[in-house]
Write a protein that binds this ligand. Structure first.
Ligand SMILES: *Cc1c(COP(=O)(O)O)cnc(C)c1O
Length: 235
């Protein structure tokens, strides 16, 4: 199928670029995971990417992911939630996802921990940080982060593993670099406050147009959609 060939070619290209960006930064490429953002694409595309060895997938809608997950239940996929999580969807998200990148509230951590515990699942959570204070973006402000990390302390079914960020849009990918550096700064200040390093091991940053720069700046999870699956219909 030509569609599969195109997808496999694009995926190989992304992997190659990830490896080269890691080499430029003197980083071990095995510390960088590509999350293939499959939102709007159907389960057959997920299956095709999995055939090429891609097992981390990102979705931003709970309902859409539920169906895709059911249709690919025979595959060993790690599902990442990267959209805004409303608290009334926390229970469902805890049942469907393995990693949630968009925690921005201590209450959400408690809800997910409770639901995951009841479902006998364990989840990894990342805290989404809002650095630019854009009204249209979600995420916690830096001053809210200590309370969020404190809330994760007593949790049993979830663990915090790092930070996520979506930088303000800029036409030039280089424009994102200083935002990526700022997220490193946030991480360093949390470490200096005594937050456990294991809770800050991951930096989820970089999308199709700027993931190479994100890797140069320390990303461990890059969320790549278009560059793997092709362009999406306008939302
Ligand atoms: C859609 C989306 C991506 C992927 O975007 P591309 O530009 O297609 O790579 C990454 N992160 C988040 C949070 C998204 O919503």
């Amino acid at each position: 199928m030509p569609g599969n060939v195109a997808l496999h070619t694009r995926l190989a290209d992304v992997r190659d670029r990830v490896a080269r960006a890691a080499a430029r930064a003197g980083r071990n490429p095995s510390r960088i995971r590509i999350v293939a953002v499959s939102k709007t694409f159907d389960a057959s595309r997920v299956r095709s990417a999995a055939q090429a060895g891609q097992f981390d997938f990102g979705e931003n809608k709970v309902q859409e992911a539920q169906q895709k997950r059911a249709e690919t239940a025979d595959l060993r996929i790690t599902w990442h939630f990267i959209g805004h999580l409303q608290s009334n969807k926390a229970r469902k998200a805890a049942a469907l996802f393995d990693v949630i990148h968009s925690i921005d509230d201590p209450f959400l951590i408690q809800k997910i921990d409770e639901a995951a515990g009841e479902a006998g699942r364990t989840l990894e959570l990342l805290v989404q940080v809002d650095l630019a204070g854009e009204p249209t973006k979600h995420g916690a402000r830096e001053e809210e982060l200590p309370a969020i990390f404190d809330a994760a302390g007593p949790c049993r079914a979830v663990r915090l593993s790092g930070l996520m960020m979506i930088p303000p849009t800029s036409a030039d990918p280089e424009g994102a670099r200083h935002w990526f550096r700022k997220l490193n700064g946030v991480r360093d200040r949390l470490l200096a406050r005594g937050v456990d390093g294991a809770m800050l091991a991951e930096l989820s940053m970089g999308m199709s147009h700027d993931y190479e720069i994100a890797i140069e700046e320390g990303a461990t999870l890059v969320r790549v959609g278009t560059a793997i699956f092709g362009s999406r219909p306008p939302a």
